[in-house]
Every structure is written in structure tokens, then in C-alpha cells.
Design a protein around this ligand. Structure first.
Ligand SMILES: [Zn+2]
Length: 534
């Protein structure tokens, strides 16, 4: 009788366990689990769709909700991860400290994100606010302060018994790329060394190990002067199943082993990179795609079954309806952001000349002002600006963000290139030859040309002649970097860095800091213009 009662109690306990939806804490032998990893990266303030109706978090929600429902109805599990850089990119987001973006991510139920370098563009107080606002962890294992990790290094998930570890890593270049004031006392340690320590630990706790990184995907590991990225890490650290990356803002789709498909067409098949048994994915930027990696887990093996980059209302791709709840939540932020564009950011005692008739023919104070803002933002030695990148004048008196966006409407980002003195002179002589009247006509800041009879002979930077053995940092915009207005293409140069800072935002910051502006300080002088010096 006693024996029977014990059995009955045991049965009751088992039944209760079965009913209480408590999932088994470890995988069941010979069971196949479907696990779908959804991913985005480099959102950069794009909570709202663009003028052409592309991307935006409302359509992103429709895509993600649809996949989650589909996977769940088939008995599978999903995780939604982001590769970092939620911040910085469009004024409506920047002016509201990316609050709409983080709220949008909450509504999308992100499970975790990597900390990107642009998460340090704002003050530490803003970052603290964002961390509090986010209903998901911001992960980074390699950022330290006073010997302690500043963020959670990883998070463990249990998907029906399969234990999934997601760790975060951030590029070591963060300190170099951002404003040191926002990173005081922080130590960005080598993420590959950090991963090498952490992965074995995570392998003992989890069945699947994923890295959400903001380190960049460099074809065949060729990272130039930038810190090593996902490919280099996967080659160096064994035991990673998947890297959900960011930072280089490319679709990580391969044409062949170690050969990137640089002309990837939205909506077509994407073959993710694979290094040392680790899959590496990246979904371009701005929420243009939702990456979808369908895996199966069975008896210790995690197999990629299917991969796709799902375009979110990109041109010539299927139309996706916007989720009404997301739209309703974001609309007030979008309206408020647009209203904020009309608030004064600074003042000046005169007009800054940007009229096409002048700015394409001679150096103007506006060209100088923009060049200075580019140098200040990036700590470059000198700036070269194409006249075609200047679309309007800045009025005397009060200056609004709207005025600034009229001058620089393209959302170009600032790119720095570390060059030898020889390369500097070559580039400057190309700039010097740009014909007046054309968009390529060059405005120079921080550099003085020495010319005779229409030929550039030498140049001075910081008062000294350019030394062919020395290295210098030049800042240009992303349009020029890809060969716009007839400039040499620089994106493949080993010293090339796209800082991700938007030109208009750099100008806004400069004007806010230096107001009231005195136009005479920006008068094109011989040491700061392209005009010949005898
Ligand atoms: Zn980045």
C-alpha cells in the first residue's frame, strides 16, 4: 500500500511537470530541434521608413512577427539578435537620443544586441538611459572599466531544452572612432582574445554558442588598418556556431570561398560566410533586411538548413505592410523629430556662402566651415570637400538643423584615410585640377597648396611641407570616397575608415559648439583654400 502510494505520488509529480510547461533543461537525445536566428545590424536611427518607403521598424515588425508565428506553429524556436550601432544616422532619431529606436526594438522583442561603437556617440548619461530603456541586454564581453566588465558579456537562453549562449563583442577601434570624452576610463580589449577565453566556458554551459558582434566582416580577413573582425575571430577561435555581425554594413553574402558577392541583389539567394566551422552573417544596414538563419539542433550538432536575407520594402522587392501598433507608437516620435529640426542650433554674424554659382568656382566661408567641422569630428589633419556636396547657403542669424540639412541633404558619412605624404600630394594635385564650375571643385581645409603656372608643386599641412615619408589623415565624404565627382576611389585603400558620422550632424555639432560664429574666422585664406599661392 505504501509502495503504491509512492508510485501514485511520483505519477502525480510527473504529470504536474508535464502540464506546467516547464521545458526540459537539456536537449533530448535523438530529438531534432528547429531554431531560427533572426538578425539585423547597424540600424543607425532608421526607425522610420525613407522617402521611398524602404525599410522602417513597422514593416520590419510584420516580417518578424510572420516568421515567429510560422516557426512556432511548426514547433520551433526563434531568437532575434542585433549586431549593434542602433545610434546615429538620421536627425529625427539623433535629436531624441534614439528613444524611438530602442522602444521599437522592445516592441519587436529583441532578445539581445551587441554594443556598437556608435553607442558611445552620445554622453554616458544617454547610454545609461538607453540601457535602462532596452528590455533586452546590450552585450559586450571586451569593454572594461576599472578592471570590471561594463556590460553583460553573454546571455543564456533555453529553447525547449537546447541551451543557447549569446555573447557580445565590440570593435577595439571604438576608442579611435568616437569621442574620447564619452569613453573615459574605458578599456576596449582585444575581442578575439576575450572570445578565446569565453568560448570554452560557454561551451561547457551551452549546446549552441553564438557571438553577436560589432567588429566587421572583412573579405578573407583583409582588415587593413582597422581592427580584426568576424572572419579573423572565427579562424582564431574554435567553438563558435554562428557570428551575427555588424559594423562593415554589408550583406555578408559570398560568391565563392573567401570571395564576397559585392554586387548582391536584394531578394536573391545569399550564401553566408563560413570560417573554421563558424557561420558568419550580416544583414547590410538600417533594417534593409531581416536575416533569417534556420538551424536544426540534433544530438550536439547545429546545422544550418536554410539562410535568407529578407528585403524590407527595398526597391523591386515584394511590398510588406506596416504593422499598425508599431506605426502608432513611432508616429509621435517622427512628428516631434521633424518639429525639432526647426529649433535653433546656433547663430552667426553673417551669411555662409553656398550658392552654386560661387561655391563651385572659388573657396567660400561655408566650404571652410564644413571642412573645419569634418576635421574636428574626425581629428583629421586636413579635409577635402567637393563643391557639389554643398547645396545651399547658411543664413545670417539663427541657424536651424533644417538649414543645415539644406546645405548637406545627402546623409553622406565622413571617411578618413591614412595616407603617406606621397599619396597626400597625389590626391591634392587631383583636387587642384578639378575644374571650376564642376561639382568636383575642391574646398580644402587645414592644407595650403604651393602652385605655379597651374601646377601644384607642394603643400603645407600644419605649417610644414608635406613629408613624403610621414603619414597624414585626410577626411572626405563617402560620396567622394566611392569615386564621386571624379575623385579617386578610396574604399579599398588599407587606410580607409568610414567613421559612420553623418556630415550634417558633424556640422550641426560644430555650429552648436562654436556659436556665435564669426564669418571672418572662416574667410577663405591662402592657407586654407585651393587658390594658387605664388
Ligand atoms: Zn560600427
Amino acid at each position: 500500500m505504501q509502495h503504491l502510494r509512492s508510485l501514485m505520488t511520483l505519477g502525480l509529480v510527473l504529470t504536474l511537470a508535464g502540464c506546467s510547461s516547464l521545458a526540459p533543461s537539456v536537449p533530448v537525445k535523438d530529438k531534432t530541434y528547429s531554431i531560427t536566428i533572426l538578425h539585423t545590424n547597424d540600424h543607425h536611427g532608421r526607425f522610420w521608413q525613407n522617402r521611398d518607403g524602404e525599410y522602417g521598424m513597422a514593416a520590419r515588425k510584420t516580417v518578424i512577427d510572420g516568421i515567429r508565428a510560422e516557426v512556432a506553429s511548426a514547433g520551433g524556436y526563434t531568437l532575434l539578435l542585433d549586431g549593434g550601432d542602433v545610434n546615429t544616422g538620421v536627425p529625427e532619431s539623433d535629436l531624441q537620443d534614439a528613444v524611438p529606436d530602442f522602444k521599437g526594438m522592445n516592441l519587436l522583442s529583441y532578445d539581445a544586441m551587441a554594443v556598437g561603437n556608435h553607442e558611445f556617440d552620445k554622453s554616458p548619461a544617454v547610454l545609461a538611459m538607453q540601457r535602462k530603456l532596452a528590455a533586452f541586454p546590450m552585450l559586450s564581453a571586451n569593454i572594461y572599466r576599472a578592471g570590471e566588465r561594463l556590460f553583460d558579456p553573454y546571455k543564456l537562453f533555453n529553447l525547449g531544452g537546447v541551451r543557447v549562449a549569446v555573447m557580445g563583442l565590440t570593435t577595439e577601434d571604438t576608442y579611435k572612432l568616437g569621442n574620447p570624452d564619452n569613453m573615459q576610463g574605458m578599456d576596449f580589449r582585444n575581442p578575439i582574445q576575450e572570445a578565446a577565453k569565453l568560448v570554452p566556458e560557454l561551451r561547457s554551459k551551452a549546446d549552441v554558442v553564438i557571438a553577436a558582434t560589432h567588429m566587421g566582416h572583412y573579405e578573407n580577413g583583409r582588415h587593413g588598418i582597422q581592427a580584426p573582425g568576424d572572419v579573423e575571430m572565427a579562424r582564431a577561435v574554435t567553438g563558435l556556431d554562428l557570428v551575427v555581425g555588424g559594423h562593415t554594413q554589408n550583406p555578408a553574402c559570398m560568391r565563392a570561398e573567401n570571395v564576397m558577392d559585392t554586387t548582391y541583389v536584394p531578394g536573391t539567394a545569399c550564401q553566408p560566410d563560413r570560417q573554421n566551422g563558424t557561420w558568419i552573417v550580416q544583414a547590410h544596414e538600417w533594417g534593409k533586411y531581416v536575416g533569417r538563419a534556420d538551424f536544426q539542433y540534433r544530438n550536439g550538432t547545429f546545422t544550418l538548413v536554410k539562410y535568407a536575407l529578407i528585403p524590407v520594402n527595398l526597391k523591386n522587392t515584394p511590398t510588406i505592410a506596416e504593422n499598425p501598433d508599431m506605426l502608432a507608437m513611432l508616429k509621435p516620435y517622427q512628428d516631434f523629430g521633424q518639429k525639432k529640426l526647426h529649433i535653433n542650433v546656433g547663430t552667426s554674424d553673417g551669411m555662409f556662402e553656398g550658392d552654386r554659382a560661387y561655391v563651385r568656382k572659388r573657396a567660400t566661408n561655408l566650404g571652410m566651415l564644413i571642412g573645419q567641422s569634418m576635421m574636428e569630428k574626425t581629428h583629421a589633419d586636413f579635409a577635402v570637400l567637393n563643391a557639389g556636396g554643398v547645396r545651399d547657403s547658411l543664413p545670417a542669424g539663427a541657424i536651424t538643423y533644417k538649414d543645415i540639412l539644406q546645405v548637406q541633404p545627402f546623409g553622406n558619412t565622413l571617411c578618413t584615410i591614412t595616407l603617406s605624404g606621397r599619396e597626400v600630394l597625389d590626391y591634392l594635385s587631383v583636387s587642384y585640377k578639378m575644374s571650376p564650375g564642376a561639382g568636383g571643385f575642391a574646398h580644402l581645409s587645414g592644407v595650403e597648396l604651393i602652385t605655379a603656372n597651374g601646377v601644384m608643386l607642394q603643400a603645407r599641412i600644419g605649417g610644414a611641407f608635406v613629408d613624403t615619408d610621414k603619414r597624414y589623415t585626410m577626411v572626405i565624404n563617402s560620396f567622394m570616397a566611392v569615386g564621386g565627382d571624379g575623385y579617386p576611389v578610396f574604399t579599398g585603400h588599407p587606410g580607409f575608415v568610414n567613421t559612420g558620422f553623418v556630415d550634417a550632424e558633424a556640422l550641426r555639432g560644430y555650429i552648436a559648439l562654436h556659436s556665435p560664429l564669426q564669418i571672418e574666422r572662416y574667410a577663405p585664406g591662402t592657407n586654407l583654400t585651393a587658390s594658387p599661392i605664388q
